[in-house]
Write a protein that binds this ligand. Sequence first.
Ligand code: ACO
Length: 376
Amino acid sequence: MTEPTDIKKGLAGVVVDYTAISKVNPDTNSLLYRGYPVQELAAQCDFEEVAYLLWHGELPTDAQLAEFQALERSLRHLDENVKRVIDDLPVTAHPMDVVRTAVSVIGANDPETANSSRDAELQKALALFAKLPSIVAYDQRRRRGEPLIEPRDDLGYSANFLHMTFGEVPDLVVVNAFDVSMILYAEHSFNASTFTARVITSTLSDLYSAVVGAIGALKGELHGGANEAVMHTFGEIGSADKVADWLDAALAEKRKIMGFGHRVYKNGDSRVPTMEAALDTLVAEYDAGDLMELYTALKSDMQQRKNIKPNLDYPSGPAYHLMGYDTETFTPLFVASRIVGWTAHIMEQRASNSLIRPLSEYNGVEQRTVPDSEKN
Ligand code: ACO
């Protein structure tokens, strides 16, 4: 059967709608959030300011930021029944399954779930933004047999997140590196998880359902799961001197090397230099052993052999590892950040909705008649 030429597998290259939230330009290797280069935002703003920008379209004034921060800090606590549901989940469950379930419970508890006004959705987005660090930190701690640490309302987003996870606020360089990672992960136009959120919203479903679907899409290792997979790859390779042999075998088996390549950027992911600079500050802070030799060897070998460059997941995986996060927690950290982009897109989709329903070309058997049966 000949395949019609207009089929776009994976929707590659298809423009399906407008967005005013971010612009990815692979030709100039740039990423703009509401017009601002993400590198400048990472250098000059906190994650809270960037969240405000993505939701409202403009950076906050001092008064707006103070109000936003106060509200965010007041929403960080988890309801008892959310904690109970997390407690009831086996520690063998992947942390992404825990995050997905916790968001679903928050949605089921919210009497305003069906209210899709912009104000109500902004409130839900902010509440999820505030609560996701509590969920992610709690889950990592319970897996380690450690008690929950309640959020502190005297700390900013990233310092509080790290404090709830590790029981102390680390040095400023670590807080800053974490904050940079949150800013870089926050938004990336119509990636698979964001598109999932938009598809669900387009049916007039609620924000929580769209976020739960997006979490499911992010979990896969061709998308957000790659930051975890990078650490598994390093573990499999072992050391820098084994990279060449390992890569020979992996490429011969046509394996995808995690943390490399991108659907949109073909000349390198615009976020990588900023995240690598943050990773360097962590390497100076912690004992990285021979991790960075391995990191550099795999990166240069992939460049030489395949001319494929790393994506954001490549430097963020080792960065989270050095901070002390368990590998399976890396993709939930991505959720905690991308909640901002997802919810901005949910509100944008809602404001100018059209049901997303593409077509398919049938290539199954031709019409036929059900054989006579002895039924009658
Ligand atoms: N390792 C090895 N080869 C690769 C890789 C990779 N990571 N990425 C692309 N290629 C090769 C393909 O094998 C293919 O080669 P071929 O033409 O000889 O068959 C060519 O490059 C094109 O690859 P596609 O898979 O068609 O490119 P696509 O745009 O569909 O893939 C994707 C993008 C899924 C991200 C891919 O690069 C990949 O699987 N990377 C690894 C997973 C990963 O790191 N995901 C994170 C994405 S970024 C993020 O979520 C922050």
